[in-house]
Design a protein around this ligand. Structure first.
Ligand SMILES: Nc1ncnc2c1ncn2[C@@H]1O[C@H](COP(=O)(O)OP(=O)(O)OP(=O)(O)O)[C@@H](O)[C@H]1O
Ligand SMILES: [Mg+2]
Length: 245
């Protein structure tokens, strides 16, 4: 079971506050949906969790230990737009993570280890329904297929935490519905904490075990809006669904 503790997290960019005193406790494999107005700091929050940027103050602990200051295999990420490598086949894209884990300089495996990584990559491609496309290149995949590929790429590293930044924002409604079903199944099977940013409230309430609203807080002193955003609502939906349901 994953425990995440976020205490008084603040982030400023060039002295401009973006996040102010964000507090959150997560216990167990929650599906935490994050909503909020454009520019209120949702992606910034995910990038801090990923270790891509550092908070200005505050602390994040995972299972009691400080969050590692750099991205690592225990935290996967999928963005709205494609984060896959265009010059590599679908299979090679998924094998890349294990390759770099085993051989940080070259990212390539050989012999038995390469075959084992290919078998594992095929397993995750089957999980996301892309095994039939393993030898294609990303340019010939639809948007939904590219997002499935990005999910397989993240999942093969067996992340404890999966960060999704508007992952279905660029998809048509039919594909989006399929991807919502897929992400719920993957979350249940892989027992991860998911943080997912969406602008679609209906999607948030349908997928989440918890919906967290970020909003800017007016400055107490002068009423201006530039004092950063914090969590203004934290709505538990746990009664409805648990990972093992
Ligand atoms: N690297 C950066 N340097 C300076 N300012 C930044 C940087 N990244 C983001 N910002 C600013 O921080 C604020 C929050 O940005 P962020 O991307 O986190 O918002 P968001 O809630 O994800 O917005 P959206 O819903 O549009 O994706 C914005 O005002 C943005 O301009
Ligand atoms: Mg964003």
């Amino acid at each position: 079971m994953t425990e995440i503790s976020i205490k008084n997290l603040c982030k400023e960019y060039n002295d401009a506050p973006v996040l102010r005193n964000v507090n959150m406790e997560i216990s167990g494999e929650e599906f935490c949906v994050i909503v909020g107005a454009s520019g209120c700091g949702k992606s910034t929050f995910l990038r801090i969790l990923l270790g891509e940027i550092q908070p200005s103050s505050g602390e994040i602990r995972i299972d009691g230990r400080p969050l590692p200051p750099e991205p690592g295999p225990e935290r996967g990420v999928v963005y709205q737009r494609y984060s896959v490598f265009p010059h590599m086949s679908v299979l090679e894209n998924v094998m890349l993570g294990p390759g770099f884990a085993a051989s940080p300089l070259l990212g390539r495996l050989s012999g038995k280890r390469r075959r084992a990584a290919a078998d594992e990559a095929m397993h995750y491609l089957r999980e996301v329904g892309l095994d039939h496309a393993c030898s294609l290149y990303p340019a010939s995949l639809s948007g939904g297929m590219q997002q499935r590929l990005a999910l397989a790429q993240a999942l093969i590293m067996k992340p404890q935490i999966l960060l999704l930044d508007e992952p279905f924002g660029a998809l048509d409604p039919g594909t989006r519905k399929d991807m919502q079903d897929l992400i719920l199944r993957l979350w249940r099977e892989n027992r991860m904490v998911v943080f997912m940013v969406t602008h679609d409230l209906e999607e948030g309430f349908m997928l989440g075990t918890r919906v967290v609203v970020f909003d800017k807080i007016p400055s107490l002193k002068d009423g201006n809006e530039n004092s950063g955003a914090t969590i203004t609502y934290d709505i538990p939906l746990n009664g409805r669904r648990k990972p093992c349901d």
